[in-house]
Design a protein around this ligand. Structure first.
Ligand code: URP
Ligand code: ZN
Ligand code: ZN
Ligand code: ZN
Length: 467
């Protein structure tokens, strides 16, 4: 007895077909133009798109930052993700300076245990390669790869907190030539930015807008360039997270045109929100839009969309990192540097990309699936378990109603955050039913699964496959 999804339009990154899809024992067991419904539970998907579950490769649940903790934990955040059609996230464990990566992995696995509603993988944020000229840290990286943590994020920003020097970045990159992992870069020139920030504060510029105005796009482009140059020297791929500007994108495009394995993601906030529209003045309300890299001028948006169309950008993730306005964002009331960085987004990624990408004619259905599911699975070592509707893959399946209208609002969203970055926006296209490993976990916006049902995904190290 399986679940037969009948009469739907099955969309994969490499093609669309009208077909029936059979789920048995948590896996997709068959896809055919017609399958015999006898002895199966039938779900009618007439008029619906059948999509591989979304994969959000960049989230921060329960993350300590700036004296507070991101408002969604692994329960509320992954439940909201599921409701929005995302069936896998990759979150970030953070190695605290002076501790081992295994400590961080244990802490983050414990945060997710009993809470995660969908499957999750973990990247490791490396803050310190430790003693012995980095040998300990590089061994720790190999250890993490064996645990399925096959990507590492390093920061070129946030001096004295998360930022590491170029030597550390280069060592980590070189280690991935041996262990096949992928280095993810937060690419902003933190030292230069810090000079601009200190000057702004000295001039009494404390409003949220100065968070954006002190982080020029050139600081992002320079760091993207440096990341790629270091990766080229090490002979390995590199992945730029949350790329926000045309200047930065040009660096990735130039590298890819030279045949280098440089990859990058952008996020809905950079594709859809702008400095002019969302941070027009000096109001503290604008703290809702304080994240890093910051909002950019609207002229960057067409370049980012174009980057998605032409595969200069491979993935759209959310960088979901919510902090409530009423209490948490207030920490920076008198000083923009104390505003916790980040915004809520994990629930709305597919709705926004579908409405402003597919409905607007910017990207086709297959590309939509590719940038929201297939590419994250491939690049981060989960393919074909995840990211595709195929025989033998996990039955992470979204029945997507292309006609469903949805009003985005903090009053109705499921993320634990008291505002939405897209408040009052109307979108067309929404998840109707969501299956995670064959279990119906969302029906018409209601979460039906249990807390803690989500499994840790041990990812493969595929870095080398890109060369
Ligand atoms: O503002 C952001 N992006 N907060 C999360 C931390 C990070 O750099 O991704
Ligand atoms: Zn970052
Ligand atoms: Zn992030
Ligand atoms: Zn709160």
């Amino acid at each position: 007895m399986g679940t037969l999804i009948q009469n739907g339009t099955v969309v994969n990154a490499d093609g669309i077909q009208k077909a029936d899809l059979l789920i048995e024992k948590g896996k997709i067991s068959d896809i055919q133009s017609r399958l015999d419904p006898a002895s199966h539970e039938v779900v009618d998907a007439e008029g619906l798109l059948v999509l591989p579950g979304g994969i959000d490769a960049h989230t921060h649940m329960d993350m300590p930052f700036g004296g507070t903790v991101s408002a969604d934990d692994f329960l509320t955040g992954t439940r909201a993700a599921a409701i929005g059609g995302t069936t896998t996230i990759i979150d970030f464990a953070i190695q605290a300076r002076g501790t081992r990566m295994r400590d961080a992995l244990d802490i983050w696995r414990a945060k997710a245990a009993g809470k995660a509603c969908i499957d999750y993988g973990l990247h490791m944020i490396v803050t310190d390669l430790g003693s012995d000229n980095g040998k300990q840290g590089m061994n720790d990286m190999d250890d993490m790869v064996r645990e399925g943590v096959t990507s590492f994020k390093l920061f070129m920003a946030y001096p004295n907190v998360l930022m590491v020097d170029d030597g550390t970045i280069f060592k980590a990159l070189r280690q991935t030539a041996k262990n096949g992992a992928l280095i993810c870069m937060h690419a902003e020139n933190g030292s230069a930015i810090d000079v601009i920030v200190q000057q702004a504060l000295a001039e009494g510029k404390t409003a949220p807008i100065y968070h954006a105005l002190t982080r020029p796009t050139k600081a992002e482009a320079e760091a993207v360039h440096r990341s790629i140059a270091l990766a080229e020297m090490a002979g390995v791929p590199v992945y730029i997270v949350h790329l926000s500007s045309e200047d930065a994108l040009n660096q990735v495009r130039e590298a890819r045109d030279r045949g280098l394995p440089a990859f990058a993601e952008t996020c809905p906030q950079y594709l859809l929100l702008s400095l002019e529209e969302h941070m027009p003045g000096e109001s503290f309300e604008e703290a809702k839009y304080v994240f890093t890299p910051p909002l950019r001028e609207k002229k960057n948006q067409p370049a980012l969309w174009n980057g998605l169309v032409h595969d200069h950008l491979q993935i759209v993730s959310t960088d979901h990192c919510p902090f409530c306005f009423a209490d948490q964002k207030q920490l920076g009331k008198d000083d923009f540097t104390k505003i916790p960085n980040g915004g809520p987004g994990v629930e709305n990624r597919l709705q926004l990309l579908y409405h402003f990408g597919v409905n607007a004619g910017k990207i086709g259905l297959e590309r939509f699936v590719e940038i929201t599911s297939t590419a994250p699975a491939r690049i981060f070592g989960m393919y074909p378990k995840k990211g595709v509707l195929a025989k033998g893959s996990d039955a992470d399946v979204v029945l997507w109603d292309p006609e469903a209208e949805h009003l985005i609002s903090a009053t109705t969203h499921n993320m634990r955050c008291d505002f939405s970055m897209f408040e009052g926006w109307k979108v067309k296209g929404n998840a109707r039913k969501v299956f995670s490993r064959g279990e119906l976990v969302v029906d018409n916006g209601r979460y039906l699964g249990s807390a803690g049902r989500g499994e840790y995904v041990r990812r493969e190290a595929r870095g080398g496959a890109w060369r």
